[in-house]
Design a binder for this molecule. Sequence first.
Ligand SMILES: NC(=O)c1ccc[n+]([C@@H]2O[C@H](COP(=O)([O-])OP(=O)(O)OC[C@H]3O[C@@H](n4cnc5c(N)ncnc54)[C@H](OP(=O)(O)O)[C@@H]3O)[C@@H](O)[C@H]2O)c1
Length: 333
Amino acid sequence: MTVNRVWHLANRPTGFPSPGDFDLREEAVPEPGPGQVVVRNEVMSVDPAMRGRMNDVPSYAPPFRLDAPMEGGAVGTVVASASDAVKVGDSVLHGLGWREYSLLDAERVRVVDTAAAPASAYLGVLGMPGLTAYAGLLDVARLRPEETVFVSGAAGAVGSLAGQIARLRGARLVIGSAGSAEKVRYLVDECGFDAAFNYRDGDIRAQLRRLTPDGIDVFFDNVGGEQLEEALFRMNLHGRVAVCGAISQYNTPDRTGIRNLSLLISKRLTLQGFLVMDHWSRREAFTEEMTTWLREDRIKVAETFVDGIDNAVEAFLGMLRGANLGKMIVRLT
Ligand SMILES: NC(=O)c1ccc[n+]([C@@H]2O[C@H](COP(=O)([O-])OP(=O)(O)OC[C@H]3O[C@@H](n4cnc5c(N)ncnc54)[C@H](OP(=O)(O)O)[C@@H]3O)[C@@H](O)[C@H]2O)c1
């Protein structure tokens, strides 16, 4: 018997999760039934949205069950197949990560080309975070050339791509916020942001005023809370906010209210929340354009790797704390 190690949710966290909320269990590697495949996972994703699924509340994705395996994006190689459509040796992307081996119906995996791009790219720049940045900026915020864009959470998987797409699509000024001096340097020196600031240095209002003298036309918000409130003060007439995430609020039982929403009226602002899953129809256009930018070396990709299934929870908690530059990936092999 080959052992499969699988992360279960042991407790529903209140506030910031702790290692004791998770349990790594051993089970036998499954056998495929008719139409199924077994995948040996090589890389898996840890995402902020997984924190939401640890709460027992109705949402767009069902909560993780207690004492049951968690789920998430992963890429691996098919090691057993009882399907005509997917062969042993195929590299596939699927949604049952948090384990070394996954058993899936063949129609729930997508074959990917790991000769064209590394497996991790399908969890980041060419995957869900990349499409989130693309659709959020172009379809939700409807970026126009010569506009000023502010991206919060700018050094992460989605944010670092959103800022660079803004630049490539003709923004006049691209500003970002992130949680360390090193990240701020990365945004300006590597990713071509015009400026960035460390939100932990305080006085976000003064930093935004200094860096956006002509105001903000488009705000791609990954953070919510204080940064959203302060950005609203800087928004120009008819500005658009793509509300992508609110990570400052995910681990805080006492959520921060936004106190200046009346600015939406006087400035005729649009705040639009969105989910990437409503934008799958854009996948083809996104993949084509992003592949071209990558080939022409016009976009920088950062990935932070943590090795081993044993360290997957550490990677997840680290991502929530800001230990990642770009996409946080757990390497399993
Ligand atoms: N709408 C959608 O369909 C969709 C899809 C994917 C992701 N999202 C959202 O997009 C956002 C980014 O996701 P991602 O996958 O790219 O994650 P990520 O940015 O790669 O990683 C999370 C980052 O959040 C930052 N952070 C943590 N606590 C914070 C706080 N209190 N204030 C400000 N920043 C904080 C940390 O960076 P610092 O060091 O800078 O603090 C950390 O690196 C999340 O809010 C996520 O929920 C939405």
